[in-house]
Design a protein around this ligand. Structure first.
Ligand code: HEM
Length: 409
């Protein structure tokens, strides 16, 4: 399909009712809400692989302890990556609806399969978690864990395919009508990009390695975590992170080589900013590998920074792919609808911020003490704040509904 017809198709596929406020707001929110999603994807994939590797060596005390801990990390990680995937999903389908829905429909069987494989994979991981205690944990539980990880990887791959197919609108028609025959099965994966998917896997190694260093720093205050175990985790974390960052650099170069050169990504500042940042991160981990404990948190902050750059780079890439078809999210039709949008923002900041802040603070503080944790004044204030904001939110939500209903009667 030529560029002009593709452009016309993309514009026709947009939602005619438009978006309720400036599209830039949705674009920025999409980029920034994707950061926590990918951070937990990376953490989950890395910790799951480590849990399984350590499980195979569970007759040694450090490995056995590490396996149990990382099994728990992956268990929590999956639930968070799923919850945190919802926000970018809402924004993607608001400003990139033609791309997202066309891609989903073209591989519909995989999208539906995604739900089942994620559910079955998580159940398998949970069983592994229940059974992975002590050096005599049964080997079959490890196989279930491996199956769970395989499902998570498959789901990540499906997410990648959906993202990537959306960038190639001039090929959709050929995929839908191959050799003149309409294919409505949705069973075909039409396009994927090895370096792009590989980059996310390497990123999982980097971020997981850094996490392991921060994990060792975090538990320094706990007498039930022996110092030699924490040193073992920190050393291994540094090694994994350096190898991951090196692999990321290679895969990023390969990725850029794979992007059509006329899209100009080699000259894009984000490509070089990302490359430079990964190199600096690798150097920082390398320097911290033998130093005093305590660098883990700083490196974690750098890891979040890297994920932010990846998110922006990914969006720059999407804009470059769609530019030949005159598609720009910024030009989306706007039908201003201020009250619901204000309510959404207040919910995000008020309920999300306070409740999220409370949960994170409670988890952070309670994990640092052995045995029973007594909440301090800050945590108590956060608890009251988050509960109050939730009550106000529920009242405002239901109240607005009743008010609109009464006005229309
Ligand atoms: C184990 C499960 C999952 C894994 C491993 C995973 C992994 C990934 C990866 C690697 C990407 C980047 C793809 C690319 O840029 O090529 C991605 C993107 C994304 N994921 Fe996930 N994901 C998972 C589950 C979910 C779930 C349950 C949701 C929604 C509730 C979700 C929402 C998204 C969204 C919205 C994007 C960005 C799509 C776009 O901008 O085009 N993910 N995910």
């Amino acid at each position: 399909m030529d560029a002009a017809t593709t452009a016309a198709m993309l514009h026709a596929l947009r939602d005619p009712t438009g978006v309720p406020s400036h599209p830039l707001i949705f674009q920025v929110l999409m980029v920034f809400t994707w950061i926590p999603h990918i951070l937990f994807v990376n953490l989950t994939l890395g910790s799951a692989l480590m849990a399984l590797y350590a499980f195979m060596r569970r007759n040694e005390p450090h490995w056995q302890r590490l396996s149990e801990a990382m099994t728990k990390v992956a268990k929590v990680g999956v639930s968070l990556l799923v919850v945190l995937g919802v926000a970018p999903l809402l924004f993607t389908q608001t400003i990139y609806d033609p791309q997202w829905y066309a891609s989903n429909v073209l591989s519909a069987a995989w999208v539906i399969g995604f739900i089942f494989t994620l559910t079955v994979g998580y159940l398998a991981w949970f069983t592994f978690y229940f059974k992975n205690h002590g050096e005599h944990a049964p080997a079959w539980a490890g196989w279930l864990g491996a199956f769970g990880l395989a499902m998570f990887l498959l789901d990540g791959f499906i997410m990648h395919v959906l993202s990537y197919q959306g960038l190639l609108p001039d090929q959709w028609f050929n995929w839908y009508v191959p050799h003149g025959q309409v294919d409505m099965s949705g069973t075909v994966i039409h396009a994927w990009q090895a370096p792009r998917f590989g980059f996310y896997l390497a990123m999982s190694a980097t971020l997981f390695g850094i996490f392991l260093m921060a994990y060792a720093d975090y538990f320094r205050s706990r007498p039930d975590r022996p110092a030699d175990y924490l040193a073992f985790a920190r050393r291994m974390g540094a090694r994994i992170a350096v190898v991951g960052a090196g692999a990321q650099l290679v895969l990023l170069l390969w990725w850029l080589l794979d992007v059509p050169s006329h899209l100009g990504m080699w000259a894009h500042p984000m490509s070089w900013a990302l490359m430079a940042f990964i190199a600096v991160l690798a150097a920082a981990v390398w320097l911290a590998r033998t130093g005093e404990p305590g660098a883990g948190y700083r490196l974690m902050a750098m890891g979040v920074g890297m994920a932010a750059l990846v998110a922006i780079f990914r969006e720059a890439l999407r804009m470059a792919y769609l530019q030949p078809f005159a598609y720009s999210a910024i030009e989306y039709k706007v039908l201003w609808d201020v009250p619901p949008f204000v309510m959404f923002l207040l919910t995000l900041v008020g309920v999300g911020g306070l409740m999220g802040g409370f949960i994170i603070t409670a988890a952070y503080k309670s994990g640092r003490v052995q045995g029973m944790y007594e909440a301090d004044a800050t945590l108590r204030r956060l608890a009251v704040g988050s509960l109050t904001s939730t009550i106000v939110w529920v009242a405002a939500f239901i109240g607005t509904g009743i008010w609109i209903w009464l006005r229309n009667h």
